[in-house]
Design a protein around this ligand. Structure first.
Ligand SMILES: Cc1cc2nc3c(=O)[nH]c(=O)nc-3n(C[C@H](O)[C@H](O)[C@H](O)COP(=O)(O)O)c2cc1C
Length: 324
């Protein structure tokens, strides 16, 4: 049984990817995931805030006056020695024989581009850009937000030659249009979707608290819908993220036209053994359906194959009930 696949022109032994998370924040975590059988790893993100904080610390150490700070920090950002993240990338690439995808969390065009270049230089196979611009005032339009996002992809493409995955949230009103702009800006794949940090309110203490950081399996529905719709109309590869829990979710991703699926919460809940089970169950399903490789069934049920244009477009229950 051949489970290998091509993702952003990288060869993966199988389409199971461990998501960017604390599971991939250390070299041991990366090795454990690969020993468990994943076909690629996405490393924990380097957050732009961390880069900026590092630069700020260096600025303070150098006792630079406030007025000179901005220019100096810009320059210092260029001169910082390779940090722990670059070491993680380098060691991971040396330690494992599956693609290592570094991850950058960016919210502006200020600090991270220099690190993108350094990540490329230490041998990462690709970079996933975790982009989450957010509108918090009435002046910023949807277009402004999309422009910010697309400009960050352009900047990354200008900086590195590596394959670029773009991880976005699901709250966009016209994803096909945005996906096309992301592709034109130079990305190679989309990660659908980022699951943002959840917060909650404690109604007894009248305070804020963290929400559930792990997803529920039920969150997978919108991911499947958008993979099916986008896989037909974009040249971008697609990997699924959010609510992918087992082999059946992975098979659905592939049938809908996706290339790979990222696993995260289920690994926190049930351990890395899940990966072996996913591979066994995927193989058993392929045997049962007489498939010997993934391309024989990939995209069989994308939007285009939804002949009546019913399932992917049907957003409202009213229509579903009337059609019964
Ligand atoms: C503890 C934890 C840490 C995470 N850290 C990152 C991160 O650094 N960068 C990132 O892009 N996503 C991060 N994520 C999000 C996951 O990569 C993933 O997109 C999200 O959890 C949805 O997938 P899931 O339903 O399989 O958990 C994190 C998730 C968890 C639970």
């Amino acid at each position: 049984m051949d489970l290998s696949t091509s993702f952003m022109n990288l060869s993966l032994p199988n389409p199971v990817i461990v998501s960017s998370s604390s599971l991939t924040a250390t070299i041991d975590g990366v090795k454990n995931a690969v020993n468990a059988g994943v076909g690629a790893v996405v490393l924990k993100s380097l957050f732009e805030e961390d880069i900026a904080a590092g630069v700020e610390r260096s600025r303070k150490d150098a006792a630079i006056s406030h007025s000179e700070a901005e220019a100096y920090m810009e320059q210092l950002g260029m001169l910082l020695e390779p940090d722990a993240y670059l070491t993680l990338v380098e060691e991971s690439v040396q330690a494992v024989d599956v693609p290592v995808i570094a991850s950058l969390n960016c919210y502006s065009d200020k600090w991270w581009t220099d690190y993108a270049e350094r990540i490329e230089n230490v041998g990462a196979d690709a970079i996933e850009l975790n982009l989450s611009p957010i509108a918090l005032d009435q002046k910023t339009s949807a277009k402004d937000i999309e422009n910010m996002l697309v400009n960050m992809v352009k900047l990354a493409r200008k900086t590195v030659k590596l394959p670029l995955a773009v991880k976005i949230g699901q709250n966009y009103s016209a994803l096909p249009h945005l996906a096309n702009r992301i592709r034109q800006a130079g990305a190679n794949s989309l990660t659908l979707f980022n699951r943002y940090y959840k917060f909650d309110i404690d109604i007894e203490e009248l305070s804020f608290k963290s929400g559930n950081s792990l997803s529920a399996k039920e969150e997978f529905g919108p991911v499947l819908r958008w993979i099916g719709i986008l896989s037909d109309i974009t040249e971008l590869d697609i990997s699924a993220s959010t609510g992918v829990y087992d082999a059946s979710d992975l098979i659905k991703v592939l049938l809908a036209g996706g290339n790979a699926a990222q696993f995260c919460s289920v690994l926190y809940r049930e351990g890395l053994e899940v990966i072996g089970k996913v591979l066994i169950d995927l193989t058993a399903w392929m045997e049962k359906h007489n498939y010997s490789n993934l391309s024989e069934f990939q995209s069989l049920l994308s939007h285009e194959d939804d002949k009546n244009n019913a399932f992917y477009q049907r957003l409202q229950y009213v229509k579903a009930l009337r059609d019964k």
